[in-house]
Design a protein around this ligand. Structure first.
Ligand code: UD1
Ligand code: PEP
Length: 421
C-alpha cells in the first residue's frame, strides 16, 4: 500500500502538460469492440481504469498493445460475450461495454459496474434504452443476461436525465443498429462528442453529439481508425485549484478552452487571473482568495461534479464563506471530514456544503475515499502547513496518470512512499 507525502506551503510554479481524459478514453476503448479492423488510440492516459479496459478487451478476444500513450486494439477476434465480475467491479465504465458487446455479438453476459461510491448509481436508464433498441435483458443472480435476434434496431429514446454513461451506451449500441436512433435529452459532455467523433471516423453516422438531440443513422459495419483522446478537463481543473490554493502561477498545456468554460468563471470569482492562448491556460492565484457565492454542480455545460471536491479544497482558504450544492450525486462529500481534519471549517446539510474560509490548513494523515475527493486532499495538502499523508491512492490512480510527477514539475514537495500497516 502506498501513500503520498506532501510537505505543503510551496507556491506551484511552472508548466505542465494535461493528460488525455479518462472519461473519454474509456468509452472509446469500449467502442473498439464494434470495429472490424484495428484501432489506434493516442493520448490514452496511463491509469488503472485504462488498464482495466484493456483487460476487458483482451478477455473479449481483442489483441491489445500499449506503448506509452498509444493503445492499439485489434478487435477482429472478439467472440466472448461475458465480462468477469471482478473486472466489472473495477470501474464504472465497464457498463458501457454492454452496448458494444451486444451490438457486435448479439448477446452479452455481464454483472454490475463498480466505480467511485458517490451514493446510488443505478443503471436503469442504460437498460431501458438498450431494451428499446431490441436487447432482451434478464437480470438474475447479479448478472445481466442479454441477447437480441438479428441486429438491434433504431428507436427514439428520451432520457429522463442526461446520463453520460447511458448516452454512451446508446451511441455504441445504435451505431450499427438497423435504422435511425434519436436520443432526446442526451448528455452534452465533451466526452460524448469525442466518442461520436471516434465512431464517425470508424464509419458511423452520428450527428449532433455534444447537443441535447443526437441522431445516429445505423450503418452495416465499422472499421478501425486512428484517434487522439481529448485533454482531461477535470485534471486541468484540479491543477488550477492546486495553483490557486497555493497562490502560485502555472501554465497548463494542451487544454481545450471551450471544455473549461464551466470552471473558469469560478476561478475568476475566487480572484485568480486567467489567460487562455490557444491550447495553453495561464492561471495566477490571489491572496487571499475570494469566497465563492454558490457552486452548483450540473450536467455539462454546468459546473462539473467531478471538479467540486478540488475546488472546495481551494475554497477552504478563501476570505469568507463559500457555498456548494451537489446536484448530481447523493453522497459526494466524503472529502469533507478529511478536509476538516486539516483545519477546514465545513458544514454539511444534505446536498449543501457551507465552507467557512480559514487562514491556514494544517498537514494531517487523511484517507482518499474516492477519486476526486482524493485529489481534493492533495490540493489541500499542497496548501497546508506541515506534512500531509494521503492514503487510499488506488482511487487517485484511477484518474491521474502521475499526480506526484506533475506536481513535482510545478515545484511541489510531494512523493510516493510505502505506507505501513
Ligand atoms: C466514467 C465516467 O464517465 N464517469 C463520469 C460519468 O459517470 P456516469 O456515467 O455514471 O454518470 P451519469 O451521468 O450516468 O449519472 C448522473 C446521475 O444520473 C443518475 N443515473 C444515471 C444512470 C442511470 O441509469 N440512472 C440514474 O439514475 C446517477 O445516479 C447520477 O445521479 O458522468 C458523471 C457525471 O458527470 C461523472 O461524475 C463521472 O466522472
Ligand atoms: C466519478 C468518477 O469516475 P467513475 O464514474 O469512473 O467512478 C470521476 O471520474 O470523477
Amino acid at each position: 500500500m502506498c501513500k503520498l507525502m506532501i510537505e505543503g506551503g510551496r507556491q506551484l510554479r511552472g508548466t505542465v502538460d494535461i493528460q488525455g481524459a479518462k472519461n473519454a478514453a474509456l468509452p472509446v476503448l469500449a467502442a473498439c469492440v464494434l470495429c472490424g479492423s484495428p484501432c489506434v488510440i493516442h493520448n490514452c492516459p496511463g491509469l488503472l481504469d485504462v488498464d482495466a479496459s484493456c483487460k476487458i478487451l483482451e478477455h473479449l478476444g481483442c489483441r491489445v498493445r500499449k506503448e506509452r500513450g498509444t493503445v492499439t486494439v485489434d478487435p477482429t477476434g472478439v467472440t466472448e460475450p461475458g465480462i468477469p465480475d471482478a473486472l466489472m467491479r473495477e470501474m464504472r465504465s465497464s457498463i458501457v461495454f454492454l452496448g458494444a458487446i451486444a451490438a457486435r455479438l448479439g448477446r452479452a453476459h455481464i454483472s454490475f459496474p463498480g466505480g467511485c461510491e458517490l451514493g446510488p448509481r443505478p443503471i436503469d436508464l442504460h437498460l431501458a434504452a438498450l431494451r428499446r433498441l431490441g436487447l432482451v435483458i434478464h437480470e438474475e443472480h447479479g448478472y445481466l443476461d442479454c441477447h437480441c435476434t438479428g441486429r438491434l434496431h433504431g428507436e427514439t429514446i428520451a432520457l429522463s436525465f442526461p446520463s453520460v454513461g447511458a448516452t454512451e451506451n446508446i451511441l455504441l449500441a445504435a451505431a450499427t443498429a438497423k435504422g435511425m436512433t434519436t436520443i432526446i435529452n442526451a448528455a452534452r459532455e465533451p466526452e460524448i462528442a469525442d466518442l461520436a467523433s471516434f465512431l464517425n471516423r470508424c464509419g458511423a453516422k452520428v450527428r449532433g453529439a455534444g447537443e441535447s438531440v443526437v441522431e445516429i443513422e445505423g450503418v452495416d459495419a465499422l472499421h478501425g481508425c486512428e484517434h487522439a483522446v481529448i485533454p482531461d478537463r477535470i485534471v486541468a481543473a484540479t491543477y488550477m485549484a492546486a495553483a490557486a490554493a497555493t497562490g502560485g502561477e502555472v501554465e497548463l498545456r494542451g487544454v481545450r478552452q471551450a471544455h473549461l468554460s464551466p470552471v473558469v468563471p469560478v476561478f475568476l470569482e475566487a480572484g485568480c487571473a486567467i489567460r487562455i492562448a490557444g491550447n495553453r491556460l495561464f492561471l495566477r492565484g490571489a491572496h487571499p482568495l475570494s469566497p465563492l457565492r454558490c457552486v452548483r454542480t450540473m450536467p455539462y455545460p454546468g459546473f462539473p461534479t467531478d471538479a467540486q471536491a478540488p475546488v472546495m479544497a481551494m475554497s477552504t482558504l478563501a476570505a469568507g464563506n463559500s457555498l456548494f450544492v451537489e446536484n448530481i450525486f447523493e453522497n459526494r462529500y466524503k472529502h469533507v471530514p478529511e478536509l476538516v481534519r486539516m483545519g477546514a471549517s465545513i458544514k454539511l446539510e444534505g446536498k449543501v456544503a457551507v465552507v467557512e474560509g480559514v487562514g491556514t490548513l494544517f498537514g494531517a494523515p487523511v484517507v482518499a475515499a474516492d477519486l476526486r475527493g482524493g485529489a481534493a486532499l492533495v490540493v489541500a495538502g499542497l496548501a497546508a502547513e506541515g506534512v500531509t499523508e494521503v492514503t487510499g491512492l488506488h482511487h487517485i490512480d484511477r484518474g491521474y496518470t502521475s499526480i506526484e510527477q506533475d506536481l513535482t514539475r510545478l515545484g511541489a514537495q510531494i512523493h510516493r512512499a510505502v505506507a505501513n500497516g
